[in-house]
Design a protein around this ligand. Structure first.
Ligand code: HEM
Length: 217
């Protein structure tokens, strides 16, 4: 029950914070000074934007995401790594959170078997993605001083947070499969797995939001 409450509060909290950040960015662009910024203005903008969000065709949205996240940044021979990472993470999060939040019993049967198989794909593609991308997300004080906007610093922070949460997910899943620990430890490992999953999803969403908007990164 606590996991469900924390997941809902952190999920809604993140969406509220990112949409507030986006709205504030819009305000700044229209050179409205901070005095012009009000929560009232924010909520009226939000309620006006939500219908528009569902109007844009999802096929166009998917095409744009495909181009921005797969085609432009990566050569053909490595794109499969990021496709596997995205698809395995998507299924793992969907199957894990659907059972954790909506079903009366824990992940079991065919969805669990697929979850473990997708877990294997996730572990391999995460390792390869780390080898390919880590260099672009290293923290270097010089660069940070010169960097105009802090969004790339934030991207770095959420990139590594995702990597650490992903590693915790892989390790807890593997250790849960070993017949070495007592039931109490198994239950604790399961909780660490679930909360690492929550951190991984929140970090992934925030990383995508702050990702610098550039071609050929
Ligand atoms: C190497 C990768 C992974 C493997 C092998 C794996 C394996 C498992 C297993 C075996 C369970 C069931 C544990 C039990 O009921 O005792 C589980 C539960 C869960 N997994 Fe994963 N997992 C992996 C990655 C992930 C990822 C990336 C996410 C989400 C982002 C995730 C989210 C969840 C959640 C939320 C549950 C709890 C489901 C429930 O409450 O019934 N897992 N995982």
């Amino acid at each position: 029950m606590i996991f469900t409450v924390i997941t809902l509060i952190s999920g809604v909290g993140l969406l509220f914070t990112l949409s507030l950040h986006y709205f504030h960015g819009l305000e700044v662009k229209t050179e409205k000074d901070s005095a012009g910024f009000s929560l009232k203005a924010y909520f009226s903008w939000l309620f006006k934007s939500i219908p528009g969000f569902f109007k844009t065709s999802w096929s166009k949205r998917c095409r744009d995401c495909w181009k921005k996240w797969i085609v432009h940044p990566y050569p053909k021979n490595v794109r499969w790594i990021f496709i596997c990472l995205f698809c395995s993470f998507f299924y793992l999060a969907a199957s894990g959170f659907l059972f954790a939040l909506l079903f009366p019993r824990r992940l079991y049967g065919f969805p669990l078997m697929l979850h473990v198989c997708a877990g294997g794909v996730f572990a391999v593609s995460l390792a390869l993605a780390l080898v390919l991308r880590a260099r672009s997300y290293v923290f270097s004080p010089e660069e940070e001083k010169t960097e105009k906007n802090s969004s790339s610093t934030r991207s770095r922070i959420y990139f590594w947070l995702f990597i650490v949460a992903g590693l915790l997910l892989i390790v807890t899943a593997l250790v849960m499969m070993l017949p070495l620990f007592s039931l109490k430890v198994q239950i604790d490992l399961f909780e660490v797995h679930r909360y690492s999953a929550l951190i991984a999803v929140l970090a992934a969403v925030t990383f995508v939001y702050f990702a610098p908007n550039s071609k050929g990164r």
